[in-house]
Design a protein around this ligand. Sequence first.
Ligand SMILES: NC(=O)c1ccc[n+]([C@@H]2O[C@H](COP(=O)([O-])OP(=O)(O)OC[C@H]3O[C@@H](n4cnc5c(N)ncnc54)[C@H](OP(=O)(O)O)[C@@H]3O)[C@@H](O)[C@H]2O)c1
Length: 304
Amino acid sequence: MRILITGARGFIGSHIVKALLQPPGRHELHGLSRIPGPTKLGTLLTTHVGDVTDPPTLPAACSGIEVIIHCVQFPNHPIENPRKGWTYLRVDGEGTRNLVNAAKAAGVRRFIYLSGLGVGPDRAEPWFRAKWMAESAIRQSGMEYVIFRPSLVYGPEDRSANRFLQMIARLPVIPVIGNGRQRIQPVFVDELAELVAKAVDLPAATNQVFDVGGTETYTFDDFLRTLARSQDKRCRLIHIPKAIAKAAAFPLQWLPTPPLTPGAVDFLTMDAVADTRATQEVFGWTQRPLVENLPRHIQVKAPH
Ligand SMILES: NC(=O)c1ccc[n+]([C@@H]2O[C@H](COP(=O)([O-])OP(=O)(O)OC[C@H]3O[C@@H](n4cnc5c(N)ncnc54)[C@H](OP(=O)(O)O)[C@@H]3O)[C@@H](O)[C@H]2O)c1
């Protein structure tokens, strides 16, 4: 099958590419990237230069493609930067709509989308509105679709767990925005990638939406403590009340490269709990708990 993976250089996209290469040669893989040149996978993936916010760059990448797997996220997520066009609306919302239009015109049969947990028509936050816009464009396109809505995804090269692990290795106290009681269901990236690879040609997944989460629900504080224990460390947490973090972030949002925005504070402190019953039923999914995956897959380098 000829498959185009957008965000193929990214965290989740690159793991999906690896999953699709098992067994090798089963699919002809193409990647979409804003960056010219080969990826780490060399000739195993043909890279097309394109930007979802720039519609004329998309038809060539979609030409002859049977399945698209769309895993794009704006740089420095969840910190929006309107000056650079790095916003939910522009990249997730309008960008997905642009890609859907190009895919439809090229005769793509199936469109698989990495959305987010909690997306729905009644949610007011910009990330939910943009993802809903994206999901709606996909549903109304007439192409077959499969939509995945993951909770926090962790694994080698992720940005959240690895950043906290570095802090745990170096700092006596870890700052946490909010009260640390938001509930998350961290899912291992290879387990998500396995689902996406199966969804390429699984009839039972057609036109379905799947929540994706790990085997347990954690509070964010407990997630951090579990990360620390996986490295035989303990961590002391200091909570920065959400209102203070938002007030501090308010003026920062107008910097050329904001380190934090009020919207990012809201994103980072929300619940993300999945109902994975349909996912288990359709995919027959085997998962390991976080405590088993962490030491096997994430190793922190000793501080210098
Ligand atoms: N990570 C998580 O915990 C998580 C949780 C739930 C849902 N998701 C969803 O999963 C998807 C992938 O997330 P990720 O964590 O893998 O993101 P990531 O590591 O930041 O990768 C995103 C990729 O998007 C590409 N990209 C950015 N702007 C683009 C544009 N304008 N046009 C084309 N490509 C563009 C980048 O590719 P180039 O730099 O090569 O252009 C980058 O490799 C997103 O839809 C995200 O919402 C992620």
